[in-house]
Ligand binder design. Structure first.
Ligand code: NAI
Length: 510
C-alpha cells in the first residue's frame, strides 16, 4: 500500500507550546491543517497562538504570504484548555520537557482520549523513541518527528522509528512532513539519531586541536569557514548553541554508547560549563560578547616574497587547482610527475596534502627535512585561507617559500603547530567515519545521512559525498594514521569505509 500524507482536513495537535511546539504548529497551520495547541502552563498555549499569528502577519508584511492566507492560517490555530479537547486529533506532536517519564505519562493519558487511528509524534532530540513507546498500549503508532530549531526555517525532519514503530506510521509521517515543505529522512531510534550523532566530531576535533595547541579559536574557526566552507566555525557555533546544551548532548551520546571513546567529551568544554561561560547567552564562551568586546582576529602569516622555483606535481584536485590559480596570476611554474605523492616543490620546500600523519613523522619517513603539509579545502579554486604545518627541523626559508606561494595566490596562511590531520581533513574524515558507521548500523541510508547534515546543520556538503570526492582510500589512510599516531580507539575506521575501499566503491556511485 502506498502511504499518503495526512489530508489538510486532519486535525494536528501540539502539546508543549514553547520554542519548538509553536514552530511546528506554525508549519502545520501554514500547510492548511486545523491545529490545536495545549500546554500545561496556564496561558502558554494562547500566548503561542498569538505569537504564531504575529509571525503570519510579519510574513504577509514581507510579501511572503497574502494577507488572506495569513489571516486564514492564523484562524486555523486554537488554544485548548484540556487534553480531553484533543479527542479528534489525527496526529499529536509532543514538544514538552525533555524527560522520559513526562513524555510517557502524556502519551498514556492521550491513549485514553484520542481515536485508534490517531498517530503520535515526539520531537525529542535525545530520548529513545523505543523507551517512550514501552509505556504505551499501542507503541506501534508512535514515531519520532524531530524538527530542528527554528522549525519554520530548517528543512530537515528526522522521522525516527522505535523498535515497535509500525513502518506504515513512519511512512505517513514522512509523507506528511514532505507535504509540509520539509525534507524528511528516515532514521532509527539510536543515540543522537543522525544529526546529533554525526555532528559530534565537528566540535570534538576542534576542541582537541585547540587542546593540542594547533592554533587559537579564531584561527581554527576561520580555517573551517574559509577552507572548509562551513557557515560557522566550531567555536563560534558552540558559543551560539550554548556550552551547557552542546556539552549535555555530547555527554548524553557518549554515555548512551557506553562511553565509546569516539564521543569522549572535552575537558576544555567541561571547564567552560563549570565556569558558567555558556557562550553568547551568558556574555562569554570561547569569545567575549559583552558590550565593547573586540572579537579576536584569525592569525595569518606575515607577507613573504614569491618563491623563485615552483614545480607542481601530478593530477590531484589540489595540484590542478594550484596550477590553475598560478596560471590566472601569470606566475611561472612547471609541471612534474614525482611519484612520492608530493603536490609541489617550491624552492627547497616539498609540499604534501596531509594524510593524517604529522609533518615531522612524514619527514622522518620520506627523508625530506623540509616537509610541509597543507590542509584539505572544500574547493581549492576558491579557498581564501588554508592551514599549513611544517616538520620540526624544516628550514625557515622552506616555510617562507610555501607561504609566499600561497599568498601570491590570494590565500591567507594559518600556520598550525605540527598536529596530525590539520583541521578540515581531520574533521571531514571523522564526520564521514561517523556517518559511515550510522549507515553501517542501519540507522539511515548514505543519502539520508548526507541530506541530514546539509539540511539539519547546514554543512556545505554531505560528509559521505565529501569523502567520495576526496577519495575513500585517502580518508581511510587519514583515519588509520590518526589511529596509529594517537593510539586511541576514537579514530578506528568504520567497517563500511574499509569495505568500500576493498571493493573500490564510493558511497554515491554515479
Ligand atoms: P521549551 O521549554 O521552550 O517548551 C516546552 C513547553 O512544554 C513549555 O511551554 C512547557 O510549559 C510545556 N510543558 C512541559 N511539560 C509539559 C506537559 N507535561 N504537558 C504539557 N506541556 C508541558 O522547550 P523546547 O526547546 O521547545 O523543547 C521541547 C522539546 O523539543 C524537547 O523534547 C526538546 O528536547 C525538543 N527539541 C528542542 C530543540 C531546541 O533546539 N530547543 C530542537 C529539537 C528538539
Amino acid at each position: 500500500m502506498v502511504s499518503k500524507a495526512l489530508p489538510n482536513s486532519a486535525v494536528i495537535a501540539l502539546i508543549g507550546t514553547g520554542a519548538m511546539g509553536a514552530g511546528i504548529a506554525q508549519i502545520a497551520a501554514a500547510a492548511g491543517h486545523p491545529v490545536k495547541l495545549f500546554d500545561n502552563r496556564a496561558g502558554a498555549a494562547a500566548q503561542a497562538v498569538a505569537g504564531i499569528r504575529g509571525q503570519f502577519d510579519k510574513l504577509a508584511a514581507k510579501g511572503k504570504l497574502t494577507p488572506e492566507a495569513a489571516q486564514a492560517a492564523g484562524a486555523r490555530l486554537v488554544a485548548v484548555e484540556a487534553l480531553s479537547d484533543l479527542a479528534d486529533a489525527a496526529l499529536v506532536v509532543e514538544a514538552i520537557v525533555e524527560r522520559l517519564d513526562a513524555k510517557q505519562q502524556l502519551f498514556c493519558a492521550l491513549e485514553e482520549i484520542v481515536g485508534d487511528d490517531c498517530l503520535f509524534g515526539t520531537n525529542t532530540s535525545s530520548i529513545s523513541v523505543t523507551a517512550i513507546g514501552s509505556a504505551l498500549q499501542r507503541p506501534e503508532r508512535l514515531a519520532g518527528l524531530h524538527f530542528f530549531n527554528p522549525a519554520p526555517l530548517m528543512a530537515l525532519v528526522e522521522i525516527v522509528s522505535g523498535l515497535a514503530t509500525e513502518p506504515r506510521v513512519a511512512d505517513i509521517l514522512f509523507a506528511t512532513a514532505a507535504a509540509w515543505g520539509k525534507t524528511p529522512v528516515h532514521t532509527r531510534s539510536t543515540p543522537g539519531f543522525i544529526v546529533n550523532r554525526v555532528a559530534r566530531p565537528y566540535y570534538a576535533e576542534a576542541l582537541r586541536l585547540l587542546g593540542e595547541g594547533a592554533a587559537d579559536c579564531a584561527t581554527l574557526d576561520a580555517v573551517m569557514r574559509e577552507a572548509g566552507g562551513f557557515r560557522m566555525g566550531p567555536f563560534e557555533l558552540m558559543d551560539m548553541i550554548g556550552h551547557d546544551v552542546n556539552f549535555a548532548v555530547t555527554r548524553s551520546v557518549w554515555s548512551a554508547f557506553y562511553n565509546d571513546p569516539r564521543f569522549t567529551p572535552s575537558l576544555i568544554q567541561q571547564e567552560l560549563v563549570d565556569a558558567g561561560f555558556f557562550g553568547r547567552k551568558s556574555g562569554r564562551g570561547f569569545y567575549a560578547y559583552r558590550d565593547g568586546a573586540v572579537p579576536p582576529q584569525a592569525r595569518s602569516e606575515a607577507p613573504q616574497p614569491l618563491p623563485a622555483a615552483i614545480v607542481v606535481h601530478g593530477e590531484s584536485a589540489l595540484a590542478r587547482a594550484l596550477s590553475e590559480r598560478l596560471r590566472e596570476k601569470n606566475i611561472q611554474h612547471v609541471r612534474g610527475e614525482a611519484t612520492d605523492g608530493r603536490i609541489a616543490q617550491i624552492d627547497d620546500a616539498v609540499l604534501f596534502l596531509t594524510d593524517g600523519r604529522s609533518a615531522t613523522q612524514r619527514a622522518a619517513a620520506n627523508g625530506i627535512a623540509n616537509t610541509l603539509l597543507i590542509d584539505l579545502a572544500l574547493d581549492y579554486a576558491k579557498a581564501t585561507r588554508i592551514a599549513l604545518s611544517a616538520a620540526l627541523g624544516c628550514a625557515d626559508s622552506a616555510v617562507a617559500a610555501v607561504v609566499g606561494l600561497l599568498q601570491a595566490l590570494g590565500i591567507e596562511v594559518a600556520r598550525f603547530a605540527d598536529v596530525p590531520g590539520l583541521a578540515v581533513m581531520r574533521t571531514v574524515a571523522m564526520l564521514a567515519n561517523e556517518a559511515a558507521d550510522a549507515v553501517n548500523q542501519s540507522v539511515c541510508s548514505a543519502e539520508g545521512a548526507d541530506a541530514a547534515m546539509r539540511l539539519g546543520v547546514n554543512y556545505p556538503c554531505g560528509p559521505l559525498a565529501w569523502a567520495d570526492a576526496v577519495g575513500l582510500p585517502v580518508i581511510r589512510e587519514v583515519l588509520a594514521n590518526l589511529a596509529q599516531f594517537y593510539g586511541e580507539d576514537r579514530y578506528r575506521i568504520s567497517p563500511l569505509i574499509q569495505q568500500k575501499v576493498f571493493a573500490g566503491k564510493a558511497f554515491h556511485e554515479h
